[in-house]
Design a protein around this ligand. Structure first.
Ligand SMILES: [Zn+2]
Length: 151
């Protein structure tokens, strides 16, 4: 009689979404991918899980960047303003974002209804480092910040 023999079923056949294969999964205790210095659980995770909304344009910008890192296209759509939101949006699984620099912000605070965030994001594409420089525009409506687009 064999006692305590583990069931092997399922260990090898762990399901992963083909679209997300290779995308780093984020532990709550890990450093937040937006590089705020806080843990993911204390930084962008509550926004990604829709248990909180980003209080400032910059926090929304950071959480959207983190969604690029974690492969969360749904969050990008959900935080896109309805007037500019694409009907579908897919992340390129070969784009590996690894650094975000916030350069300047204008307004976008708790008491504002508009704001911009200028940033530089760095990514690897096929092993080559690329960078994306953008001035993103945000608007606050219905108590939430939304991504409008870039200048
Ligand atoms: Zn974060």
């Amino acid at each position: 009689m064999v006692c305590g023999a583990p069931m092997a079923i399922g260990d090898n056949g762990r399901m992963t979404s083909p679209a997300l294969s290779g995308v780093p999964q984020q532990e709550a205790s890990a450093r937040c991918p937006c590089l705020s210095g806080s843990s993911y659980g204390e930084c962008c995770a509550p926004y990604h899980r829709a248990v909180a909304v980003a209080p400032t344009a910059e926090r929304l910008m950071r959480s959207r960047y983190a969604a690029f890192v974690t492969g969360d296209a749904g969050y990008l759509i959900d935080t896109w303003h309805s007037t500019t939101r694409p009907s579908s949006f897919e992340l390129d699984p070969f784009h590996r974002y690894f650094r975000l620099d916030i350069l300047t912000t204008t307004r976008g605070g708790m008491l504002d209804t508009k704001g911009t965030v200028e940033f530089r994001a760095f990514l690897r594409v096929d092993g080559e480092v690329d960078e994306q420089h953008e001035v993103s525009r945000f608007v606050k409506e219905s108590g939430r910040w939304w991504y409008l687009g870039q200048d």
